[in-house]
Design a protein around this ligand. Sequence first.
Ligand code: PLP
Length: 396
Amino acid sequence: MVKRNPHFLNLSESYLFPEVMRRVRHYQQNHPEVELLSLSIGDTSEPLTRSATLGLLNQAEKLGTREGYKGYGLEQGEFLLREKITEVFYPNLIDPDEIFVSDGAKCDIGRLQLLFGQTAALAVQNPTYPVYVDTSTVVGNRSISYLPCTPENGFFPDLSKLADVDLLYLCSPNNPTGSVITKPQLQDLVSWAQSKKAFIIFDAAYSGFIQDPTLPRTIYEIPGADEVAIEVSSFSKLIGFTGVRLGWTIIPKKLRFENGHPVHKDYTRFVTTFFNGASVIAQAGGLAALSLEGLEEMRQMLAFYLENASLIRQELQRQNLTVYGGDNAPYLWVKCASKPSWDLFQTLLEKTGIIATPGIGFGSQGEGYLRFSSFGSRPHILKALERIRTAWPQDW
Ligand code: PLP
């Protein structure tokens, strides 16, 4: 008989969002008349930008011709796309050869766990995007420290408490709190990693939402970060590619293991073995989306979601709630009554038909919070605002 991978025993039974949907389905079975409005999962709602759509179409057409057909591409990604990503997001900061194009940031986070293996001591923010913890648990890693990130410390971990950590996962703009790490904070982090000989895995999947020009959009804005940091990013929220699938990871050539071996070399070996490259159609769409016209369309799409965030925040504040995030991020982190957040989730569902995400799903420091996502069409958001205005639980 085949034995079950024992590390699965250390995972919670389901990932957060399937659990949210299980409870929603249960409610809907008993209340089929209620029109539910989801402000829960961070999935995009707006159609692809025109440039991205044309890029996808043209590449698909080409593949249907003898002259234009091609099979496997480079495992690391098309050079033109890597060059364009460098030009748009990392001018003079990194080299196209340091970019590994992929099928998305989530998949890359899983790959990084396999790269570092089960012995690396990890630290994550609390609350955190659950994927860092779950993917490391699956590879058998049991050494995970949770660093409280709360309003009291500005959602930034206390570096003095960080002992014996090999890999520190950080997400900015943050999912779920919507907070953004400032430049001085990022400088401190890079100095910390240099002094401890640790690596930072910096998740910049939401960097496109940053409006404040003083806030860093990539960790490589900090001198020396290329000796200590890996950055993971994604086209998902930039241009609505959550279903198309395209992302990238940066492994600087200066990043070295303890014995001096370049991490870049191992990751190249790894992706050529485990991954045959991102879809050439998706890559063509991503490349087209980074044209001048495409970038303007991207800017408009991101501004649209941020306007949604601002509308939701105003309405929640009218209910006298303390709301964090939403200025430079698509998420709002909302302090509600001091009740377990699954109870908050359930009460909100029953009173308003709105689905939010219970903060506890992101870690113990999320207790008493709900996360609201600003992804959604405008009519959908306006309907949700009306429900918040008229049916919000009075005792919160
Ligand atoms: N990183 C964070 C912080 C996210 O919130 C998400 C998706 O919600 C991802 C990565 C996954 O991105 P992708 O769609 O590229 O896999």
